[in-house]
Design a protein around this ligand. Structure first.
Ligand code: PSU
Ligand code: MN
Length: 305
């Protein structure tokens, strides 16, 4: 038996061949503050629906992996103050312990694949941290993209990471990095990072075709679609850079590392920029939800491979 429960709505949609978009929950528990985390989680689900797809937020509750949460479950996660952040390493162990946890990009991909969902929308992915040459801190998200056939829509890796190293690591792992409608690699709050996106596509149908062709060619793993933040919500790279540098220095001073590092940096940048980065974060996640719904619809159309 598959150790994952799909909500009735997600089950129905998948059986009927309707488009479904997976959503992660670490952004709810560790990425955004209460109550904006709940408001955003609800708004993202609504955006997926408005774009004609069914949302499937993924999390572990009471030892059960779930694809598709009801509003009470979403609120439970959003209010949780000390909940485990689950990646590939922790997912099954947490379930065996009958615990709760939110899922990162890596763990959400695993659950999405298991549930039969091929498209996933998030804000930012994990990557190679600055100083990784000594800390070895490389997110499990990158290996998951290399292994698990889910197309992930993000707004580009955050500039809290080492972006050139993150791109190299993705290339080594055979993960296609697709700039949507842009030649530039977007960097989350900023539409441009100074780096070029390795691949450009302007049409969700092409992204779906590439997903199908990878499978048909026997190439395992997923795709990373980098969708630039809407211009009106963007924070230019030179404005956000000093804030990021200060957050990284503070993490080093406090000895923060491991699983705690990404949440620490996200929280520090959010606190330092107040409403602005929060508004940017919400705008880009909604934008990614819309694009993911279009890709999911194109994948349904392109079902034969
Ligand atoms: N980067 C962001 N926003 C996020 C995350 C990363 O810009 O919310 C979250 C995602 O859940 C991602 C996880 O999968 O952090 C990566 O954590 P780590 O670096 O510990 O693998
Ligand atoms: Mn890490």
């Amino acid at each position: 038996m598959i150790p994952l429960a799909r909500s009735w709505e997600v089950e129905d949609a998948l059986r009927g061949g309707a488009p479904v978009v997976a959503l992660e929950s670490t952004i709810v528990t560790h990425g955004l503050p209460w109550p904006q985390n709940l408001e955003t989680a609800r708004a993202v689900e609504a955006e997926v629906r408005a774009a004609g797809a069914i949302p499937a937020t993924v999390a572990v509750l009471g030892g059960r992996a779930l694809a598709g949460l009801d509003d009470a479950q979403l609120e439970q996660l959003a209010r949780a103050t000390d909940i485990a952040k689950l990646s590939r390493a922790d997912l099954a162990a947490r379930m065996a312990l009958m615990g709760d946890g939110s899922t990162t990009v890596a763990a959400t991909m695993i659950c999405a694949k298991l549930a039969g969902i091929e498209t996933f929308a998030t804000g930012g992915i994990g990557g190679v941290h600055r100083g990784a040459e000594t800390s070895f801190d490389v997110s499990a998200d990158l290996d998951e993209l290399a292994k698990t056939a889910v197309t992930v829509v993000c707004a580009g890796p955050k500039a809290i990471l080492d972006l050139p190293k993150t791109l190299e690591a993705l290339e080594t792992r055979g993960v296609p990095v697709i700039g949507f409608g842009t030649d530039a690699l977007p960097a989350f709050w900023s539409r441009e990072s100074g780096l070029t996106a390795p691949i450009r596509m302007d049409d969700p149908v092409r992204i779906a075709r590439a997903h199908r062709l990878r499978a048909a060619m026997g190439i395992e793993g997923g795709q990373l679609v980098c969708n630039p933040i809407p211009a009106e919500a963007e924070i230019p790279a030179d404005e956000i850079a000093p804030v990021i540098d200060a957050a990284i220095a503070e993490a080093a001073a406090q000895g923060v590392g491991g699983k705690g590092l990404t949440p620490f940096l996200l929280t520090s940048v959010l606190a330092a920029t107040r409403g602005r980065s929060l508004a940017a974060n919400v705008a880009l996640v909604l934008n990614n939800a819309r694009l993911a719904a279009r890709i999911a619809a194109a994948l349904v159309e392109d079902a034969d491979g």
